[in-house]
Design a protein around this ligand. Structure first.
Ligand SMILES: Cc1cc2nc3c(=O)[nH]c(=O)nc-3n(C[C@H](O)[C@H](O)[C@H](O)COP(=O)(O)OP(=O)(O)OC[C@H]3O[C@@H](n4cnc5c(N)ncnc54)[C@H](O)[C@@H]3O)c2cc1C
Length: 429
């Protein structure tokens, strides 16, 4: 069976059942095995949602592809569920996983920082001088921050006065510690950048998690949410209801409030300065640094344009870009779930290309984002996106998605299962 045929089966099962990620992952279990000579070398930079999934599926679908994945961190730490750590409902160990599953499949996992890409010579260079040659390169570097858009922010983050916590790891721990150290009666202020940013519902979930912590541990404290956007960007009515139902008197939301400058822990907006005890600024974002230095951020100098049939860059041939770093198709969120789906499109297409076959012309991807509004009650938004050959982009399938009718605890269990499933789907463990 050819990889693109497997992908089509995944798609049919997916649409047929309307099920979440699990069905796609199960469809991928039809492995071709690792027999025969290598059909090519693929180097992957980034072991997050996009990169790790690509490594797993190249091995599972291609079998005899030589796959090397370079990741700067020793292990994977998930942004999804990290807001529960910030709220004190989960621990860092709950969102951390290793790469042993991928290694067991034959992926060469290297810890290191890729500092240069040479598309002409088809090789990448690591900070330690190691060079890796490739036939196809996958970059899933996530986001980096446009610190220059908020005065004083980079310095404040560098000296630990302000946390962004928009990459999981030490930043998650730092914000949790600041909240624990804050006296009852203190003010936590979160600043949200204009869209597009990674995980549209993420800031509003975080506001709920911090407010849920204050409600029980520091009831005189306040959560102030200053949003550069005019209104809540995802699951608006459901978040508004949660703010009112669970956190009235604790949480205040303000739209059209873009941060201009940070001074100490004072946030400066156009018309007011607000002194916070804990200042959590989510900075404006663009595709990761390596995508920029490799010349891939050809959309508004901010995101990487891709051919959606293969995820190959429209700027530099032979390099496939996944996840948050891409210039999103209409209504396509920057999410871990979507990065995982990009990876499957790319893995199938790369196997086809290495074999001299045409990639599938009809890919379909999907997304589900769960958000905790209390430690147990969850809301979701879901969508299915189908490739449109005329417009050469993914478009949402009419009537395919939607949001929860109301927050509920069953979805709380689904959300935790979703996380376990997608970590397994990425990391093969
Ligand atoms: C608080 C929060 C909550 C979220 N909740 C959800 C959710 O519930 N559901 C959901 O679907 N999404 C959620 N997301 C979004 C999700 O985390 C991202 O969309 C996803 O991580 C994107 O995957 P990626 O592969 O593009 O980037 P990442 O997962 O960030 O992976 C990039 C990796 O590349 C590595 N890297 C970068 N440059 C280099 C280099 N030069 N050399 C070596 N390694 C490098 C990084 O260390 C990183 O591990 C959330 C995000 C946040 C911040």
């Amino acid at each position: 069976m050819k990889p693109h045929q497997m992908f089509d089966i995944s798609r049919r099962r997916l649409l047929g059942t309307g099920a979440a990620l699990g069905s796609l992952a199960l469809a991928g279990c039809a492995s071709t095995g690792a027999s025969g000579p290598s059909i090519g070398r693929v180097v992957i930079v980034g072991g997050g949602f996009g990169g790790a999934t690509a490594a797993h599926y190249l091995k599972m679908w291609g079998g005899n592809v030589d796959v090397t994945m370079v990741e700067r961190n020793a292990s994977f730490i998930s942004c999804p569920i990290s807001n529960l750590v910030i709220g004190g409902h989960k621990q860092m160990a709950d969102i951390s996983r290793g790469y042993d599953g991928l290694k067991a499949l034959g992926v060469k996992v290297m810890q290191g920082d890729v500092v240069a890409v040479d598309p002409a010579a088809k090789k990448v260079r690591l900070a330690n001088g190691t060079e890796l040659g490739y036939d196809r390169l996958i970059l899933s570097p996530g986001i980096d921050f446009m610190y220059d858009q908020v005065g004083g922010l980079q310095a404040a983050v560098d000296r630990g006065a302000v946390a962004h916590s928009w990459k999981a790891g030490p930043q998650t721990v730092a914000l949790r510690k600041q909240l624990e150290a804050m006296p009852d009666g203190g003010v936590y202020l979160m600043s949200i950048p204009r869209v597009p940013y990674r995980c549209p519902p993420g800031p509003y979930e975080r506001a709920c998690m911090v407010a849920s912590y204050f409600k029980t541990a520091k009831p005189k404290s306040k959560v102030l949410v200053y949003d550069a956007n005019p209104e809540i960007q995802s699951k608006k009515a459901l978040f508004e209801k949660a703010f009112q139902q669970h956190y009235a008197g604790i949480l205040e939301y303000k739209g059209n409030s873009e941060i201009k400058e940070v001074s100490g822990t004072t946030a400066k907006f156009e018309f007011e300065d607000v002194k916070a005890d804990v200042l959590n600024v989510i900075p404006p974002q663009r595709g990761g640094d390596l995508a920029r230095t490799a010349g891939l951020l050809n959309m508004n100098n901010r995101w990487a344009g891709v051919n959606w049939l293969t995820m190959e860059s429209t700027a530099v041939p032979g390099i496939h870009v996944l996840g948050d770093a891409t210039f999103s198709a209409p209504a396509m969120p920057k999410s871990g779930h979507m990065a995982n789906q990009h990876a499957k499109v790319a893995a199938a297409a790369i196997i086809n290309l290495l074999k001299g076959e045409a990639p599938s012309a009809t890919p379909v991807v999907m997304n589900t984002c769960y958000s905790f509004v209390t430690a147990r009650d969850v809301i979701h938004v879901a969508s299915v996106h189908q490739y449109d050959a005329v417009e050469k982009t993914f478009k949402t399938v009419p009537g395919s998605g939607g949001v929860s009718a109301a927050a509920n605890q069953i979805e709380g269990r689904y959300a935790l299962s979703w996380a376990d499933n997608i970590w397994h789907d990425m990391l093969a463990a």
